[in-house]
Design a protein around this ligand. Structure first.
Ligand code: COA
Length: 351
């Protein structure tokens, strides 16, 4: 039997500052109606000044360890595109703060596909025998790199962190990650970018501070998101031997409800099979897929035994998918969302 990575714990965290569409409309030339109908997003949560990605990651990581009932792992992989600092990586700080000892800890940068890439990396370390267990965290504080005057990006993105614990097991067990489909297209790297602050345009050399802000070309990103996630999901399902109509739930990157609806349409998946929580948290980048998992498991929308396909798409461009039969999981609700009644897949986000 092939040594597989088996998911045993899940946790998520969002920061305390809730920003509603109405609040954005007070600051920018936008409306609740535009944001809701064009994206499905109603609110997002952002960090207070001084809170960094590692702070979010530590909360989510601790919750995932608790959920798995363990206090240590062999490796930590952190997916983020908003590291605490350009150098060093954020993962060693997170491992240290979680008391995980001198384990290997490193960052993976694949923007909104980061969590799926990090899962594949950790699963490979487990399959190869380098690690028997892993903590995989997706965490981003994207609000820290948004232009405060950009109504498009500020409407879409929120901050958060989600995490899972993996352990070595076999592919027949519930929770085993059954395979991966991963890809990239660097010819379209400029569709999603922070132009400055890296080695190509060092921060100290910039004449325009706007080059330090995140920039996105919405329409081509939208089109790519639909086709890349649908194609990746299709390839993955074929690779692991699942007919698409046997997929119980699709947990795809939460960028725009219209993207999710279109991906569902391409794959022939009915609306109730598509997990949506972006109405409540926005696009949380590397945290998006695990936060959708947390919400769906907590609400009961996603239950043990369901064939679950995880799929990401993001800057790079990058994309990826994996599949698992959901195991029994104990999950704490996201802070700040406990007062909400989660009413099923759409939870008010369908348009
Ligand atoms: N409020 C009001 N108007 C807005 C707006 C906002 N928050 N954001 C953009 N607009 C305006 C635009 O300026 C444009 O105005 P114009 O016609 O006068 O130039 C108009 O709305 C239409 O813009 P467009 O970009 O064509 O709209 P759209 O229907 O494509 O929706 C996005 C814009 C960003 C919501 C959509 O393209 C999208 O979701 N793209 C993918 C984003 C994404 O997923 N990013 C992360 C991927 S990992």
């Amino acid at each position: 039997m092939t040594r597989a990575a088996v998911l045993t714990g899940l946790g998520g965290w969002i920061p305390p500052v809730r920003v509603t569409n109405e609040q954005l409309a007070e600051q920018l030339d936008t409306t609740d109606e535009w944001i809701t109908t064009r994206t499905g997003i109603r609110e997002r949560f952002v960090v207070e000044p001084g809170t960094a990605t590692s702070d979010l990651a530590v909360h989510a990581g601790r919750r995932a360890l608790e959920s798995a009932g363990v206090d240590g792992v062999d490796v930590l992989v952190l997916a983020t595109s908003t590291p605490d600092h350009p150098c060093p990586a954020t993962a060693p700080t997170v491992a240290n703060r979680l008391g995980l000892g001198p384990i290997p800890a490193f960052d993976v940068a694949a923007v909104c596909t980061g969590f799926v890439y990090a899962l594949a990396t950790a699963a490979g370390l487990i399959a190869g025998g380098t690690a028997r267990s892993a903590l995989v965290i997706g965490a981003d504080a994207f609000s820290t790199i948004l232009n405060p005057e950009d109504r498009t990006t500020r409407a879409i993105f929120g901050d958060g962190a989600g995490a899972v614990v993996l352990r070595a097991g076999d592919a027949a067990e519930p929770g085993a990650l059954l395979g991966f489909d991963l890809g990239s297209d660097g010819s379209q790297a400029d569709l999603i970018t922070v132009p400055g602050g890296g080695s190509a345009q060092p921060a100290a050399s910039l004449t325009d501070r706007d080059d330090l802000y995140f920039a996105m070309q919405g329409r081509p990103v939208f089109r790519n998101a639909v086709t890349r996630m649908a194609d990746s999901s299709r390839r993955l399902a074929e690779r692991i031997g699942w007919p698409l109509d046997a997929v119980d739930r699709l947990v795809a990157h939460q960028a725009n409800v219209r993207i999710l609806t279109a991906v569902g349409g391409e794959l022939g998946l009915t609306a109730e099979r598509i997990v949506v929580n972006l109405d409540r948290v926005g696009n949380t980048v590397a945290a998006s897929v695990p936060l959708a998992l947390v919400d769906a498991v907590h609400s009961g929308e996603l239950a043990a035994g369901q064939r679950t396909l995880l799929c990401g798409f993001g800057g790079g461009l990058t994309w990826g998918a994996t599949g698992l039969v959901l195991p029994e999981l104990t999950v704490r609700p996201l802070p700040g969302l406990t007062d909400r009644t989660l009413t099923g897949p759409a939870a008010g986000a369908r348009i």
